[in-house]
Design a protein around this ligand. Structure first.
Ligand SMILES: N[C@@H](CCC(=O)N[C@@H](CS)C(=O)NCC(=O)O)C(=O)O
Length: 249
């Protein structure tokens, strides 16, 4: 079983969390946008249209999206379900809400990375020579900005979309008693916890991230305003995402 992903991407983290939660072992293949796109397309046998990660291949079957991978883990893994029958629709709609906020957050992060030399350096593979790293990282950032139409939005719009999701999360936790969004640990909690990565990254014991990237993913304004949600996220990670180094490729 092979999982292609971006180790710093919340979508990849959701897929890995579900696979780990269900005790499924996989080989992690670190994707690099643009540089490894041809290899990804070849592996997926998808030669046109958009490709994203996470993407998983099991035997000859391709699972091209985080939700497909999570559903695979539900079906083939062991342990408590993340999508119980009575809560599956609501849990998946929380994932959709978190993913929409994360798409907005991608813009926030890309904007912050422009002036973040350390983060840019960490975004390219370690094996590349020094002189190539900066030009490659800058062109990658520019291409990403084009691909995700950064010019069509502003930091304020993106922040507003994130705030909407954060307010909804706060309200849902107030209704449910504060521990789990839907009363039990489900995909809703995983999705919302990974969404908070774009407010303030979780402790590196759970999800490794370099100092430059950490700065690029931090939104100090939101972190101050949603401290309660960050505490909730940390508790979810402590209880449901044991820190190990083995899976942190
Ligand atoms: N619907 C997809 C979305 C994943 C997604 O947006 N992945 C982005 C993360 S930044 C990606 O792979 N970007 C790489 C690229 O566009 O080259 C999923 O849930 O798996």
């Amino acid at each position: 079983m092979e999982l292609w992903g971006l180790s710093y991407s919340p979508w990849t983290e959701q897929a890995r969390w579900a696979l780990d939660h269900h005790g499924l072992a996989y080989k992690f293949k670190a994707y690099v946008p643009f540089l490894r796109e041809a290899a990804l397309r070849l592996r997926m046998k998808k030669f046109w249209g958009r490709v994203t990660v996470p993407m998983m291949v099991v035997d000859k079957t391709v699972y091209p999206d985080s939700l497909d991978i999570i559903r695979y883990a539900e079906k083939h893994g062991k342990g408590a379900t993340l999508l119980p029958d009575d809560l599956a629709i609501e849990a998946e709609s929380w994932k959709a809400r978190a993913d929409a906020a994360l798409s907005a957050a991608r813009g926030m992060v890309l904007r912050q990375m422009r002036s973040n030399a350390a983060g840019l350096n960490e975004s390219v593979p370690g094996a590349l020579p020094g002189w190539l790293r900066r030009p490659l990282a800058i062109s990658g950032l520019w291409l990403f900005g084009q691909k995700y139409r950064l010019a069509a939005t502003t930091m304020n719009d993106e922040e507003a979309r994130m705030v909407e999701a954060l307010d909804a999360l706060r309200a849902a936790l107030a209704r449910s008693g504060g521990k789990y969004i839907l009363g039990r640990f489900t995909l809703a909690d995983i999705s919302a916890a990974t969404m908070l990565q774009a407010v303030l990254p979780v402790d590196g014991r759970h999800w490794k991230i370099g100092p430059g990237m950490r700065a690029g993913w931090t939104n100090a304004r939101l972190a101050e305003k949603y401290e309660d949600l960050l505490k909730w996220r940390d508790a979810i990670y402590n209880e449901h995402r044991p820190a190990t180094t083995s899976r942190r490729a």
